[in-house]
Design a protein around this ligand. Structure first.
Ligand SMILES: Nc1ncnc2c1ncn2[C@@H]1O[C@H](COP(=O)(O)OP(=O)(O)OP(=O)(O)O)[C@@H](O)[C@H]1O
Ligand SMILES: [Mg+2]
Length: 297
């Protein structure tokens, strides 16, 4: 069975159209230019990271980009739930079992590739050398093929999360307009910059009325970063507060698919366009060994 068959075989889908693997871009894995590693994080939980990762990835895929999403929220894997997928296997089966990455990867909406996590992966930091090498090799293979490797982290600043953040080429920090979210966004930025003062950090403001409100939120975060950390960060964009998002979540579909003309869907597509247009930003990227070694050690 080819790895593509395995991915298809492994994807049980409820409510989301899983794209046929023989579609126009389905068999192109293997010969791609540099991959951009983007970690999406937040200080405070529940500010919309997973929705942003999922909708952004699908929108990038719509633009013809090959996207792999790693669900790195090991405590509470929820990307697959959000997408209405029931993957048979997850990272634990690879790290502690005999599955390889292609066997655990599933395909989601717009043909994005998803590496599912699961709860119960707390032992990730105790990987053996063998497991470590295996994971490195498997992701290195993916690295050859894909345009965007997007990491949906857990909220907060656990060791795993911080290692993902400092290892990724770019970090998107998501904040909501609430003061608690803003303060926590600053806290996570401070930790990232303490580890790597040159790390490119961009802020996405979620659940705001309009772009003006998003700018205000960004301004608050950036002014504290400038004042106390002597750095500036970038505003990347915003997503409107939109009840269609909640409705889509309830039906386990992406808002961009369920309600393509909803305000939030337009915002997600704008973000995707912005990422693609700025492709020349592609920082040196991380080599996958660094990504994984930093994370594991
Ligand atoms: N733009 C938005 N408009 C309205 N509701 C939203 C928006 N973005 C997110 N939500 C709501 O917030 C909830 C939490 O979103 P999501 O799960 O993406 O957050 P998260 O940051 O990934 O959370 P966690 O920290 O638990 O991983 C969603 O179920 C959705 O109902
Ligand atoms: Mg989440």
């Amino acid at each position: 069975m080819s790895s593509f068959d395995e991915i298809r075989e492994n994807t049980k889908n409820h409510g989301v159209a899983v794209e046929a693997l023989t579609s126009k871009e389905g068999l192109a894995l293997g010969k791609k230019r540099n991959t951009r590693f983007i970690a999406v994080t937040s200080g405070k939980g529940g500010v919309g990271k997973t929705n942003i990762v999922a909708n952004l990835s699908a929108s990038l895929s719509e633009l013809g980009k090959k996207v792999v999403v790693l669900d790195a929220d090991f405590g509470l894997a929820n990307l697959d739930v959000l997408l209405g997928l029931t993957p048979r296997y997850h990272l634990g089966h690879m790290l502690y079992g005999d599955k390889n990455l292609s066997e655990i990867m599933v395909r989601g909406p717009e043909g994005i590739y998803i590496i599912p996590a699961s709860s119960g992966l707390h032992q990730m930091s105790d990987l053996t050398l063998l497991q470590r090498n295996r994971l490195i090799e498997e992701i290195r293979d993916l690295d050859m093929d894909i345009d965007y490797f997007i990491i949906d982290t857990a909220a907060g600043v656990s060791r795993n999360v911080v290692h993902f953040l400092i290892s990724a080429g770019e970090v998107f920090v998501v904040s909501a307009p609430e003061p608690t979210a803003i303060v926590d966004a600053y806290a996570v930025i401070k930790i990232i910059l303490a580890e790597d003062s040159y790390k490119p950090i961009r802020v996405i403001v979620n659940s705001v009325k309009d772009e003006y409100c998003a700018h205000e939120v960004f301004y608050q975060i950036n002014s504290v970063v400038e004042r106390f950390l002597n750095r500036t960060i970038d505003y990347f964009g915003y997503v409107e507060r939109d009840s269609h998002v909640q409705k889509a979540v309830k039906s386990q579909m992406l808002v961009t698919q369920r309600f393509p003309n909803a305000p939030a869907s337009r915002c997600f597509r704008n973000l995707a366009h912005r990422i693609v247009r700025n492709e020349t930003w592609a920082f040196e990227g991380v080599i996958v060994e660094k990504l994984l070694n930093d994370w594991i050690n």
